[in-house]
Each structure stands twice: as structure tokens, then as C-alpha cells.
Design a protein around this ligand. Structure first.
Ligand SMILES: Nc1ncnc2c1ncn2[C@@H]1O[C@H](COP(=O)(O)OP(=O)(O)OP(=O)(O)O)[C@@H](O)[C@H]1O
Length: 691
């Protein structure tokens, strides 16, 4: 089936929809970036762009709201005749949509696509290469080749075009992604190219289009900085969770913020953030970090790990005195925080900005998919805390905008992810960079909700030997505030079931996880056609689109977000009441992170997972374990599958190994059969479904 067929297939369904648009926040002017416009296109001023084009470019803005927009607003959007979205190119063309009518319940077209496309094949990708989604963020994650700690990316090279996710592995459109509105990219050394923006330019003009996106600055007013959501009814239940600290001479936990003895400004900021009581991970981690110890901390999703490292770091900085920010070509931050996805790193930055409000500590965020010159401009204005994704960080270090000599704190958030074979090579390079203080000279902090054994062992290379290990509850366990349901749903019934559930849910915010980028596009389109306001986020979308999608979801404009694993970790979005695993992930760790997007900070949430007997049996055993540990009902059929697929003492099969229940320094973990964690999978391609 060709591109035209796909267009013919989808167009009739789209024609009746006019998607919603916000005023184009990203167009020229507001962020001072003229490069994102299409210079040859007069169409931004034109009337009457086709509805389909708008739909294609809006990121599936909304089914429900279609029809509500006035033409003037939509006319602001680019009206190129190219359908950059689902319509043409490699996105969906040639993917076998023939005979597939969305309405007629015949999903054969889509599923034929899956089976014909090795990138997406849900069956073939199970286990080892389940992450064959290609949904890595090529700018952050260079793991496709090189194996464990071997990356194709030259250390600190300036050759990698740090500005362009596209340049490393093809443009978004080349890679099959949705290509959104106003996503013009400028290549070469034209007047608008990055080369003219940041000194030094780049040597690889021929490598591909430049990314020119400049994210809009976050709001500066105090109310926005301190905006927060309420803790939930189960917040106090955190106190009952067992905490284990291992390692020598751990300082005692604190019970209140006052005991931490933080400076007044920090205390004010904590109060303004609405924090009155410490969460368990904070009670234990804050004194450990204040005592200068290295730490590996594992606590359930949504339980306040970010503040657990930010507050004591800031307290140290305030206490020791830091150099106030001032313009310098080479900045030497005291703290670097790395995280695996752009959205997460941005979120951490906003937290750092909140807690450092009114101090002279300046936090900066840099991440891929944005203009490199913009990152550099942020840094040279002063930088005490640098929040970064690994790819962009290494580029900036390579460009000698960041010196590492002053680093006192190195934080790996989602540390198991940062150390696995996807990001591990970059992290190894980071700690071997010239100037980076040795582990004896710096404080290294690692946080996650999951910590597989072998990752703990890898982590030792980064940590002082006397590091402390804090385990809040079951390491790798799911948050108990999430009510988990597993339904047996075959591939061919999934869409129908999804629509049924979403209609029952109504307008409540729901994240739908799928396994591939193309499927994310497909399901989002399908839901829009079903008049369910939906947007999507995945690694093939332009950064602008990703941020727009997240914004639309956060504010409730699109209450359904279809996502790949790129959104599985760390994201803290108010009011996400439901997570639906349309496709189960390949690993139990990822399942735990995904469902942790709901039920945060003492609030309750629901997770519904479609279990496909054809492809998900390997997850039965760990799923039963996770459900049982979280005191959830376990369906009898799932127990049966788990029993029939039970592998005594299973560890280290090609699917991964048993996840840790304890600090691995205590010896082999006593539990559990629940593993199949991601980290041991040897094939770097496995990581493609990340960012
Ligand atoms: N002591 C506290 N009191 C009130 N709210 C808190 C407290 N600590 C954290 N929070 C809030 O709880 C939410 C979840 O925190 P955070 O994102 O740090 O969780 P996390 O443990 O890092 O989750 P994940 O494992 O998903 O990354 C945030 O909105 C944060 O502001």
C-alpha cells in the first residue's frame, strides 16, 4: 500500500475535523527565533488551509474540540502542501494500511503493518529487542552501536552536531516521525543557521538539518514558580513504609524540615512549595547528603526524590558560599544533574529554580532538540546547577562552555536508566572528562524507583566505596496508591477496548502507553477520529511538538496523551488519574515507572494493562510479583500463566535478570522471581524505545 492509499484512508475521516490551536507560541518573535518560520511560505498569512493539513500539523490537537476554531487562528499555522505528518513519507506510507478502516473494527491493516515492520513488530521485539521502537532520542542516547560502554559517539567531540537530533540519525521525517507545523529546519551556513548563532559554528553542515527550536522561557512570576498540586489522601501513609539504609555510619533520619537546619530562604521556598512534611526518601536522603555521603536511593514513583537531592545540595551551596552568576565564556558549575529525557530534565530544572528562588544560585537547563546556541547562551550567563540530558551535556562540554573542575555534586536521576547500556557510555565519558573530580573528590547521588542488581554493580564505579543505600519499601516495587488491573486483551481487540475505557473515563487525564512511535501516531489519530481529544509524545516528534503535547495534556486541553516510553519516567503531571498500557512494556521496571505517572504524592490513580497472550507471557511472573507486593488482585489466569512460565532461579536469561530487593553489597538478593528487568539486555537496540 502506498502513501496515497494511506492518505485516501485517513482523509475522509479527518475532513470533518478542525483541530484546535493555541496562538502559535513558538513562531517568530516571542522567543526571538526567526528560524522556525518557513521563509518561502506566504501561507502563514493565507486563508483556508486544508483541514487535513491542520490536523496533520497540530499534533492531533483534539477530536472533541474540532470545529470550534475560527479560521483566523488556524491560519496562523503553516500551510505547506506537504503533509509532513502521518500522511506521507515514511511515517505511515507503505505501512500496510490497506483495507483498514478505522471504523469498521478491522484492525488487520494496522497489525499487518506491525508484522511487516521489524522496527515495530511487537512480537519480535519482545524480550531482548522489545525496545526496538527506535524511540530513542538520538540526541541524548547514542546507544545504537557500541554495546556496553562503547558508543559510536566520539568522546567530547564537537563533531556530533549537538544541535540536531536529526543530524545523527536522520531527520524526524526520515525516521518516520510526525513532522509538525513550523518545523522548518535550516541547513548549512545560511544567515539563520546555528553557525551564525553561536560562535565556533559546527563542522558538520552536511550532516543534516539544524534544529533551531528555542523553548519559550518558563513564567517568571512567583505564583507560577511555586505552583504545585496538593498531596493526596494517602500522603500520610508514606510514614508506614519500611525504609532500609545499608552501608556504614549512616546518619540518623530526620523527621521534620526544621531538623535539616536549612537556611531561611530555603525554608521559605519549601513552605511556598506547599511542603509541610518530609516524605520517607527525604527523611533519609537529606541528612545523608548533608553529611557529604554518596548515596544510591530507591523509592517509589512520585514520592519526592527530586527534592530529596535538590534541597541538601542547595543547602550545602548556600552554606559553603558559591560564586554568584556572572557572564563567562567558560562556566564551572558546582552541580550537574543528568536525566534521560528532555522533559524530565526540564522538570528537574523547574524544581531547582523553585527551591533556589531568592538565592544567588543559578540553575540552567540544556537538552537536545533545541538550538545549541540557545543552550550556550543560557550557560554563559552563569551556571551553578546544570540540568542536562547526556547528549547535550557532552556537546557543551566538548565546546568548552562548561568546565568540570568545580563539580562537587553529580546527580543521576533515573540512575538505573542512566547507567544501562543506553546512557552508560555517556556517563562513563562524563566521569572521565578532563577536570571532572574523581569520585573521592565529588559527591555522587543516584535516585530511581528501580535499581536492578547489575546496575547497582555498575554504579559502584561512580560511587565512593562507602556509599549508602536507601531502600524505601520494595526496591523496584510499584506505588501502592495505584490500583492496578490487568486485562487479557488480544491485539485485535485493543483499540475497541481502549475506546470503551476512555469513554467511561470521560475527561479524566489519561496516559496511554504504546510500544512504538508509529503506533503512538496511529492510536492518537484513531482516538481523534473517535472524537476523543488526544495528543501524543514520542521520540520522532519535534521538540516543539513534544512540549506542546505535554502542555496540552497538562492543562487538560487534550486529556489523553498517547506516549511511548519516552514519557514513562519521572514526569510529574497533576491529575493524571489513569495509565493505560495499551501495549505492555518489555520489562517490569518500565511497567513500574509507567504506572507511576499516576498515584503520585499520596494521590490515588488507576492503571489498566492489556495483556496479550501472544506476546506478553514473559511478563506474567514479574507482574504477579509486582501486583502481589502492591497488594493488588491478581487474576487467576495471570497466575496460571506465571506458573506455567515459571523459571526457578531465573536470572540472567536474555530477557534480563531478577531485580534487586536489596542493596547488592549484601549479597545476592533473596527474592525474587519478579525480574526481567531491562538493564541486562545486551542489545543496544533494545533501548530505542526510550528517548
Ligand atoms: N514533602 C513533600 N510535600 C509535598 N509535596 C511533595 C513533597 N515532596 C515532593 N512533593 C511533590 O510530589 C510530587 C512528586 O515528586 P517527585 O517528582 O520528586 O517524585 P519522584 O519520586 O521523583 O517520582 P518518579 O520516580 O516518578 O521520578 C511533586 O509534585 C513534588 O513537588
Amino acid at each position: 500500500m502506498g502513501d496515497e492509499d494511506w492518505e485516501a484512508e485517513i482523509n475522509p475521516h479527518m475532513s470533518s475535523y478542525v483541530p484546535i490551536f493555541e496562538k502559535d507560541r513558538y513562531s517568530s518573535g516571542e522567543n526571538g527565533d526567526n528560524f522556525n518560520r518557513t521563509p518561502t511560505s506566504s501561507s502563514e498569512m493565507d486563508d483556508g488551509p486544508s483541514r487535513r493539513d491542520h490536523f496533520m500539523k497540530s499534533g492531533f490537537a483534539s477530536g472533541r474540540n474540532f470545529g470550534n476554531r475560527d479560521a483566523g487562528e488556524s491560519n496562523k499555522r503553516d500551510n505547506t502542501s506537504t503533509m509532513g505528518g502521518f500522511g506521507v513519507g515514511k511515517s505511515f506510507g507503505n505501512r500496510g494500511f490497506s483495507n483498514s478502516k478505522f471504523e469498521d473494527g478491522d484492525s488487520s491493516g494496522f497489525w499487518r503493518e506491525s508484522s511487516n515492520d521489524c522496527e515495530d513488530n511487537p512480537t519480535r521485539n519482545r524480550g531482548f529487542s522489545k525496545r526496538g521502537d527506535n524511540d530513542l532520542d538520538p540526541d541524548e542516547c547514542m546507544q545504537r552501536t557500541g554495546g556496553l560502554f562503547g558508543s559510536r559517539r566520539p568522546a567530547l567531540s564537537g563533531t556530533g552536531n549537538g544541535d540536531t537530533s536529526q543530524s545523527r540519525s536522520g531527520s524526524g521525517s526520515e525516521r518516520g516521525g510526525y513532522k509538525g507545523l513550523n518545523e522548518e529546519v535550516i541547513t548549512g551556513s545560511g544567515k539563520n543557521s546555528w553557525k551564525s548563532e553561536a560562535e565556533g559554528g559546527e563542522s558538520n553542515d552536511t550532516q543534516g538539518p539544524k534544529v533551531t527550536y528555542i523553548p519559550p522561557p518558563p513564567p517568571e512570576d512567583e505564583d507560577s514558580i511555586f505552583a504545585h498540586y496538593q498531596t493526596g489522601i494517602n500522603f500520610d501513609k508514606y510514614d508506614t513504609i519500611l525504609v532500609e539504609v545499608s552501608g556504614h555510619d549512616a546518619p540518623p533520619a530526620i523527621l521534620t524540615f526544621e531538623e535539616a537546619n536549612l537556611c531561611q530562604t530555603l525554608n521559605n521556598n519549601i513552605a511556598k512549595a506547599g511542603y509541610t512534611k518530609l516524605t520517607p526518601v527525604q527523611k533519609y536522603s537529606i541528612p545523608i547528603i548533608l553529611a557529604g555521603r554518596d548515596l544510591m536511593a530507591c523509592a517509589q514513583t512520585g514520592s519526592g526524590k527530586t527534592a530529596a537531592f535538590l534541597l541538601p545540595i542547595l543547602a550545602h551551596m548556600m552554606h559553603d558560599g558559591i560564586t554568584a552568576s556572572r557572564f563567562k565564556e567558560l562556566q564551572e558549575p558546582e552541580c550537574i544533574i543528568v536525566a534521560p529525557t528532555r522533559e524530565l530534565v526540564n522538570q528537574i530544572y523547574l524544581e531547582a529554580r523553585k527551591f533556589s528562588f531568592g538565592t544567588c544560585v543559578r540553575a540552567v537547563v540544556i537538552y537536545g532538540g533545541t538550538q545549541l546556541g540557545h543552550s550556550i547562551r543560557q550557560i554563559v550567563q552563569g551556571c551553578n546547577i546544570l540540568c542536562a540530558t547526556p547528549g547535550r551535556l557532552m556537546d557543551i562540554i566538548g565546546k568548552e562552555k562548561i568546565g568540570l573542575k568545580q563539580i562537587k555534586y553529580l546527580v543521576l536521576d533515573e540512575a538505573d536508566r542512566m547507567l544501562d547500556m543506553g546512557f552508560g557510555p555517556e556517563m562513563k565519558k562524563l566521569i572521565s572528562c578532563p577536570g571532572m573530580p574523581s569520585k573521592e573528590q565529588r559527591q555522587t547521588l543516584m535516585f530511581s524507583a528501580t535499581f536492578p542488581e547489575e546496575i547497582q554493580r555498575l554504579a559502584a564505579e561512580f560511587l565512593k566505596s562507602n556509599y549508602l543505600f536507601v531502600a524505601v519499601g520494595q526496591v523496584g516495587g510499584a506505588c501502592r496508591d495505584v490500583q492496578q488491573t490487568v486485562l487479557q486483551v488480544g491485539q485485535f481487540s485493543k483499540r475497541e477496548k481502549l475506546v470503551e475505557i476512555l469513554r467511561n473515563i470521560g475527561d479524566e487525564r489519561t496516559m496511554v502507553f504504546v510500544e512504538t512511535k508509529k503506533k503512538a501516531d496511529f492510536i492518537a489519530t484513531f482516538l481523534c477520529q473517535e472524537k476523543i481529544s488526544t495528543t501524543s509524545i514520542h521520540g520522532d516528534r519535534e521538540q516543539r511538538e513534544r512540549e506542546q503535547a505535554l502542555g496540552d495534556f497538562r492543562c487538560g486541553k487534550c486529556p489523553v496523551l498517547v506516549a511511548t516510553s519516552v514519557a514513562a519516567r519521572g514526569l510529574d503531571i497533576e491529575n493524571v488519574q489513569h495509565v493505560i498500557n495499551f501495549d505492555l512494556p518489555s520489562t517490569i521496571d518500565e511497567y513500574v515507572h509507567r504506572i507511576g505517572r499516576t498515584g503520585r504524592c499520596g494521590n490515588t490513580g488507576r492503571a489498566i494493562s492489556f495483556f496479550d497472550l501472544e506476546s506478553d507471557n514473559h511478563l506474567a511472573q514479574p507482574l504477579v510479583k509486582v501486583l502481589t507486593d502492591a497488594q493488588q488482585d491478581v487474576p487467576a489466569w495471570l497466575e496460571e500463566i506465571a506458573f506455567s512460565t515459571y523459571i526457578p532461579g531465573f536470572s540472567g536469561s536474555t530477557r534480563g535478570n531478577v531485580f534487586a530487593s536489596v542493596d547488592t553489597r549484601k549479597g545476592k538478593s533473596s527474592l525474587n522471581t519478579a525480574g526481567f528487568s531491562s538493564s541486562q539486555a545486551p542489545n543496544p537496540v533494545d533501548d530505542e524505545s526510550w528517548d
